[in-house]
Design a protein around this ligand. Structure first.
Ligand code: SD4
Length: 353
């Protein structure tokens, strides 16, 4: 190589393409798979599908399904994030960035295949989102296996420990009892003759993060297929010790993921109870539509949240239609995975807060 200066220059520019892991990277090649976190096997599965000619939607489903089967980080698929009753439920979404069709399931019980259920909603209904037990009934009626117990020995053990620790931490606020398990009641319904109690508006107390690197992860994936079509998908079992019935940002289009084929896509992970109020992925894609680079669009979406919630923990990754990608995060160091034709295998990018 050293004998030919042109080869050497080519080699250097190739290196700069694949080795720069801290800023925006332009790939300009399809297909492309981008996913939150180092969910390497999931990205490989999506890559195999899209490289073999599958559509962006099918490849996203392939990738997210793999994570559900592997129970990535214990927070995707069955067997993780027990709620206050010890039950695991699933939130998932798939979105076709060409047709703007979305299918999603939320707080789905008894069915382990979240992303496949979401695709069934997209492909076989005029709806966007089905919830709870009715989502499970629909998924089973359309051929998915179930009803299945979604708990695992780990999730039950975690829940048992939590009960022993007086159900702390939890997602309750302005309730009594304060540091104990339920049943709970609003703390402003106090007997005023009881002078030992006074109303403290806990909503005025800075919200503590409920998210940790290994307690609260989501796979959110974007795929650009060989023809340039874009799709996104998300799957998570949500937040550990969530209040039964809680739906996170996972199944909300524009929050956990969003895609428009003429612009690009976005994937998000983090404290979904906060993120769904800001629709950060919608924000990212719209900012890119207005001309922002992925790097700036991602930072801007995160900073809109942190202005109001300084303790917020979360991240987004933005991808434009040319394959340029960048992440932004707050409260944790975020990593995301990419597979493109310029790479020999999946590569992991680190984003510092
Ligand atoms: C949720 N956003 O249910 C999901 C969980 C997550 O990284 O993304 N964690 O709030």
């Amino acid at each position: 190589m050293a004998s030919n200066p042109f080869n050497f220059i080519f080699f250097l520019s190739f290196l700069s393409l694949v080795v720069e892991h801290h800023g925006s990277v332009e790939l300009k090649q399809y297909p492309l798979v981008v996913s939150t976190w180092p969910f390497i096997e999931a990205v490989r599965a999506a890559w195999r599908a899209v490289d073999a000619g599958s559509s962006a939607v099918d490849s996203v489903v392939e990738g997210c399904s793999t994570c559900e089967e592997l129970r990535c980080d214990g927070t995707v698929g069955p067997g993780g994030s027990p709620d206050e009753n010890g039950e695991t439920t699933i939130d998932a979404l798939v979105m076709d960035g060409v047709t703007m069709e979305v299918g999603a399931v939320a707080a789905m019980r008894y069915v382990k295949d979240g992303i496949k259920a979401a695709r069934l909603v997209m492909q076989h209904t005029e709806h966007t989102l089905l919830v709870g037990e009715k989502a499970s009934e629909f998924a089973i009626s359309m051929g998915l296996p179930g009803p299945t117990n979604l708990s695992s020995s780990e999730s039950i053990e975690k829940w048992t420990e939590w009960k022993k620790s007086s159900c702390q931490p939890n997602f309750r606020k302005n309730v009594l009892p304060v540091n104990n398990c339920g049943p709970y009641r609003p703390n402003n319904f106090l007997d005023l003759s009881d002078e030992t109690c006074s109303f403290i508006d806990q909503s005025q107390i800075a919200r503590l993060p409920h998210v940790g690197l290994h307690s609260h992860d989501t796979i959110s994936m974007a795929v650009i297929d060989r023809t340039g079509r874009i799709a996104v998908g998300t799957s998570t079992n949500g937040a550990t010790f969530k209040i039964p019935g809680r739906v996170g940002d996972g199944p909300i289009a524009g929050s956990s993921a969003y895609a428009i084929d003429e612009v690009g896509a976005c994937c998000a992970t983090g404290d979904g109870d906060i993120m769904m109020r800001f629709l950060p992925c919608y924000q990212v894609v719209e900012s890119m539509r207005l001309g922002m680079e992925p790097k700036h669009a991602a930072k801007d979406a995160i900073s809109r949240i942190t202005k109001k919630f300084p303790n917020f923990v979360g991240a987004v990754v933005a991808v434009n239609k040319t394959g340029e990608h960048a992440g932004a995060c707050h409260g944790w160091t975020f990593r995301y995975s990419v597979r493109s034709p310029a790479m020999k295998d999946v590569e992991v990018f680190t984003v510092l807060p």
